[in-house]
Design a protein around this ligand. Structure first.
Ligand SMILES: [Zn+2]
Length: 471
């Protein structure tokens, strides 16, 4: 039975006999994705949105039932002391692997409950479909999946947008235009906890779920030029394709009468200062979009079943983007140990970073030929040319960097700002504050005096300067 057709895709319910015939038939349209579990996994019961206790109980029950795949963490507590729950799903949930980390989070706005339930449905889909559905199995095996269904439990409990202090959480992050200080200081507790989680985990792809419209919104959300009508990120063509990967699989979204193909640039829609997606992209090297799931903020609960069906494939397809582009591990050529490095594609003014736990980087890219530059404090930069990136699995390029000699570091007594920042990143684990603290002292050549860098390091960390020199 054909359940629906979207462009060149169709969902078909098939008996085992028919399934065999389908699988042995060659289609010109492309690979066949066979799902052997019912869709949706389970219809939601009940007449209204669940309580916070019921949401927590559901997450705890799933984690207990699937200890081989799930770990449930409390990453902090809300202003009113409610837990902020995060589920990790992975084939090795206790390990940091050479895998991209992907973050899905929902309901920064407490009166927008749809994404919470879709995130719970997605968690359930992963644990119940693992080993049965090829794409679900691939994602669980190859991605470190992190899902936070409820970022604003206080607002959810009271059915209001802000946190309990009146902060709009999606206006509370560092912002390149009006608040370019990448620290947690002075921010609402919910924001601080999420930022600290991001600092510790280095996700490379993220989606934040909202309601109130039906569209995928991609960076930038704010532009230094207040009259800008569109604010293109350096990765604008990539963001468009990633947004389409989501919207094209959500039929009502892709057929939107308001948004071409169901996607829109942030500034092209309306400016947001302090939103999470610009922060994740600008400072953390993480491609992030905002997914608006329904025109109604709180649609009737009876619509949850169809909302899940409309978003399920889109949620999977967007996540799968984390496995495209170029990936690899950056190590010290002498010790073989992973190092914290930045990776830049020539022609695209944007860095991504290795996850220092394993040294893995994941640089999503559209198909094409690229040259990458690998940099780390205290190492000789390495340039890798003419990498041919396809549209399927990421190209794997492992890189080992040679440490520079102390003579190279001192030179004329000035070092590149990027090297100084990277040194502070390694020592402090704080990419952001290093950048901000050092930027004030940078000269026109992009260099900073070694003495100033050391002074800054001492101020930030209170540790002996010899550590910088020995990097
Ligand atoms: Zn919202």
């Amino acid at each position: 039975m054909i359940d629906g057709v979207w462009g060149d895709r169709a969902r078909i319910y098939a008996s085992p006999d028919l399934l065999v015939r389908i699988e042995t038939t060659s289609f010109s349209a492309g690979p066949l994705r066979v799902t052997r579990i019912p869709s949706p996994v389970r219809a939601r019961t009940g007449e209204d949105y669940p309580s916070l206790d019921a949401i927590a109980a559901e997450m705890e029950a799933i984690a207990q039932a699937h200890p081989d795949l799930c770990r449930l963490y409390t990453v902090g507590r809300s202003l009113l002391d409610r837990p902020l729950l995060m589920m990790k799903i992975s084939d090795h949930p206790d390990l940091e692997e050479d895998e991209p980390e992907v973050l899905y989070l929902s309901t920064m706005h407490g009166d927008e409950p749809v994404g919470t339930l879709l995130c719970l449905d997605l968690i359930r889909l992963f644990v119940e479909g693992y080993g049965l559905d090829p794409e679900i199995t691939r994602l669980v095996n190859e991605v470190e999946i992190w899902i936070m269904p409820m970022m604003n439990p206080d607002g959810y409990a009271g059915i209001y947008r802000t946190n309990a202090q009146g902060y709009d959480l999606n206006r509370s992050f560092p912002d390149r235009v009006i608040d370019p200080v990448n620290t947690t200081d002075g921010r609402p507790p919910e924001t601080q906890h999420l930022m600290n989680w991001v600092y510790a985990h280095s996700p490379v792809l993220a989606a934040s779920f909202h309601t109130g419209a039906l569209v995928v919104n991609y960076p930038y959300d704010a532009d230094p030029d207040p009259s800008a009508r569109y604010s293109a990120a350096p990765d604008d063509p990539l963001f468009i394709q990633q947004s389409l990967a989501y919207a094209s699989l959500n039929p009502p979204m892709s057929q939107s009468p308001w948004f071409d193909n169901g996607i829109i640039n942030g500034v092209d829609w309306y400016t947001v200062y302090g939103g999470i997606q610009d922060w994740l992209y600008v400072w953390q090297g993480c491609n992030a979009v905002t997914v608006e799931l329904s025109d109604a903020k709180r649609p009737s609960f009876s619509e949850m079943g169809s909302l899940w069906i409309e978003n399920r494939e889109a949620m999977l397809a967007y996540m799968a983007w984390s496995l495209k582009g170029v990936r690899g591990i950056v190590t010290d050529s002498i010790t073989g140990l992973p190092i914290q490095a930045s990776v830049r594609v020539e022609g695209i003014d944007h860095d991504v970073y290795t996850d220092p736990d394993v040294g893995d980087y994941h640089r999503m890219l559209l198909s094409g030929t690229y040259t990458l530059r690998f940099r780390a404090a205290g190492y000789v930069e390495k340039r890798v040319q003419d990498l041919v990136v396809g549209s399927r699995d990421a190209l794997r390029i492992h890189v080992s960097l040679d440490p520079v000699s102390p003579g190279d570091v001192t030179g004329d007594g000035r070092i590149d700002l990027a090297d100084a920042v990277a040194a502070l990143q390694i020592l402090s684990g704080l990419k952001p504050s290093a950048q901000v603290a050092l930027s004030a002292d940078v000269d026109q050549d992009g260099k900073i005096g070694l003495g100033e860098a050391i002074f800054c390091l001492k101020g930030l960390l209170g540790i002996p300067p010899i550590f910088l020199l020995s990097q």
